[in-house]
Design a protein. Structure first.
Length: 157
């Protein structure tokens, strides 16, 4: 897999955070592209982490942080545990649909200083939420790099 370089842009803080987050989202999805469901469920590490779980987990994390905590929406946070009927394609489609909802909320915000409506713990603002989701997505994209290499030898971002 050829390396994809992160976007370089001279834009505002919100646009920059979302562009870098989208790069990491796309990187995570690229790491699982073309895998069959059995490979996506496989965990070559003792923790049990699988590529399918990573995709489901990141959709759940974005819904939790942006839709529920930041926007205060009464949404169901999906379980990220892979279930017997789950497919990788369905998980990717759901994750991509989540991006649209999350980005829509972010772009409607008045300011990056806007606080979460339903904080869970100490108060945080939109800037912190987006930075947290960026670091979590990047972290899990790195996990996907390692899992993918262990499963089928793929490398690259």
């Amino acid at each position: 897999m050829p390396d994809q370089k992160p976007p370089r842009l001279a834009a505002g803080e919100l646009e920059t955070l979302l562009a870098l987050m989208q790069y990491q989202r796309d990187s995570l999805v690229r790491k699982v592209a073309g895998l069959d469901d059995a490979a996506a469920r496989r965990s070559p590490v003792d923790s049990g982490t699988s590529l399918l779980w990573l995709i489901k987990h990141m959709a759940s994390a974005e819904i939790t942080w942006m839709l529920r905590r930041f926007a205060g929406q009464d949404v169901v946070v999906p379980d990220d545990t892979p279930q017997p009927g789950d497919t990788l394609d369905a998980a990717i489609q759901f994750y991509r649909a989540t991006w649209e909802r999350v980005d829509g909320v972010a772009f409607k915000a008045v300011s990056l200083d806007e606080p979460c409506r339903q904080p869970d713990g100490p108060p945080v603002n939109l800037r912190w939420v987006l930075a947290h989701l960026l670091e979590e997505t990047a972290r899990h994209a790195g996990h996907a790099d390692i899992l993918g290499e262990l499963i089928d030898g793929r490398t690259g971002r």
